[in-house]
Write a protein that binds this ligand. Structure first.
Ligand code: RRO
Length: 325
C-alpha cells in the first residue's frame, strides 16, 4: 500500500505507530527494556509498574499461558522506581511511559513526588488497578478513594500523568469513573488492566494453575477482547476529548488493533500475545493493520478512529431478513 501512515500520538507525544507493550510484559529488567528499545515496530516503551522499593513478587507459578489467553498473579515484581526512572531518562529513540504503583496511597504519592522532582519529561502512568496483591483491593474500583488520591496527586504533580484502569462491567461505573477523571488534568487513560480474580482449573490434577491467592489471578488475551473494546468505547464516549486512550486487552491480530482504534483508542498495547509470540508480533500486527486499511482505502488511523457504528432499527431488520432468506 502506498501513501499510508500508522503515525499516532498521545497528547503532544508523537509515535511512529500505535503499538506499545502492555506494562508488565517484557519490561522488567534492563535486558528486556533494551529489547523493546531495539524493536523497530514498537513505537514506545512502557515500563513494569514500579514501587518505592524493589519487589520479588509472588511465588511461581505466576504466569500461565492458556488456549484463549493467560492468567497471572505476578504480584508486582519490579526493580524499584529509581531503576525505571533512571532508565527512562536515557534516550532510547522512542517515547517512554513510566508506570508506577504502590501498596498504599502514601507510597504512590512518594514515588510520584520523586518523579516530579526529577528531570524526566516523558509520560508517567499511575497504575490504579493491580489485581494481584493479597489484601490490597484495586484502587480504581473505589471511586471515593481514587478521587482522594488524585486530588492529592495533582496538588504537586505537574507533568503529564495517565492512569491505568481495571475493566468496568456496568454502564453506571463507566459514567462514575469518567466523571471523576474528567475533574482532573489527566493526560490519558490506559484501559484495560487484566480482568481481576479469574480462576483457571486443571481437571487432570484437580488444582488451580497459579500459586498465589489460592489460584485467583488476572485474565488477559483473547478472552478479554470484548471487555477491553467495551471499556475503550464507553470511556471514549464519556471522557473529555483531550484525554487520550491507550487500548489494552485481547489483541492477537491487526483486525483486533483495528477494532480498538474503531472504538476510540489512540494507541494500542499488546500483552499476552507478546508472551506467546515474542516481539516479532509487532511487525505482523503492523502488516495486518496496513492490509486492512488498504482494503478499506484508509490512509491514516484518524480516518476510522472512534467511527464505530451501531445498528439502526432498519439495519437490524434487514440483516435478520438477509439471514432468513
Ligand atoms: O504484577 C502483577 O501481578 C500485575 C500488575 Br502490577 C498489573 O497491573 N496487572 C496484572 O495483571 N498483574
Amino acid at each position: 500500500m502506498t501513501n499510508h501512515t500508522l503515525q499516532s500520538s498521545l497528547g503532544h507525544y508523537s509515535f511512529t505507530s500505535p503499538f506499545l507493550n502492555a506494562s508488565g510484559i517484557h519490561c522488567q529488567t534492563q535486558a528486556e527494556l533494551d529489547d523493546l528499545a531495539h524493536c523497530q515496530a514498537l513505537a514506545g516503551i512502557v515500563t513494569k509498574s514500579a514501587t518505592l522499593s524493589p519487589r520479588a513478587g509472588n511465588e511461581q507459578p505466576r504466569y500461565v499461558d492458556l488456549a484463549n489467553g493467560s492468567i497471572n498473579a505476578m504480584g508486582l515484581p519490579n526493580l524499584g522506581y529509581s531503576f525505571y526512572l533512571d532508565y527512562v531518562q536515557t534516550d532510547h529513540g522512542k517515547p517512554t511511559i513510566l508506570s508506577v504503583s504502590g501498596l498504599s496511597q502514601a507510597e504512590m504519592l512518594t514515588v510520584l513526588r520523586e518523579i516530579q522532582h526529577s528531570g524526566y519529561q516523558g509520560l508517567t502512568e499511575l497504575n490504579l488497578s493491580c489485581p494481584n496483591l493479597a489484601g490490597h483491593p484495586q484502587l480504581a474500583y473505589d471511586f471515593a478513594a481514587s478521587k482522594t488520591l488524585l486530588t492529592e496527586v495533582f496538588r504537586f504533580f505537574k507533568k503529564p500523568l495517565g492512569v491505568k484502569l481495571p475493566p468496568y462491567f456496568d454502564l453506571n461505573h463507566f459514567g462514575q469513573i469518567a466523571n471523576l477523571l474528567n475533574c482532573f488534568p489527566i493526560h490519558h487513560v490506559n484501559t484495560i488492566n487484566s480482568v481481576g480474580n479469574g480462576l483457571v482449573v486443571d481437571i487432570d490434577t484437580e488444582t488451580v494453575v497459579t500459586k498465589a491467592k489460592g489460584g485467583f489471578g488476572g485474565l488477559g488475551g483473547a478472552m478479554v477482547l470484548p471487555t477491553a473494546l467495551a471499556n475503550v468505547r464507553a470511556l471514549r464516549q464519556r471522557l473529555r476529548p483531550d484525554i487520550a486512550i491507550i487500548g489494552t486487552g485481547g489483541v492477537r491480530s491487526g483486525a483486533d488493533v483495528f477494532a480498538h482504534i474503531l472504538c476510540g483508542a489512540d494507541m494500542v498495547s499488546v500483552g499476552t500475545q507478546v508472551m506467546k509470540e515474542g516481539l516479532g508480533v509487532y511487525d505482523r500486527l503492523a502488516a495486518e493493520l496496513t492490509a486492512i486499511m488498504a482494503d478499506k482505502q484508509y490512509t491514516q488511523l484518524a480516518d476510522f478512529r472512534g467511527q464505530l457504528k451501531t445498528l439502526s432499527a432498519s439495519q437490524r431488520s434487514s440483516s435478520r431478513w438477509t439471514s432468513q432468506s
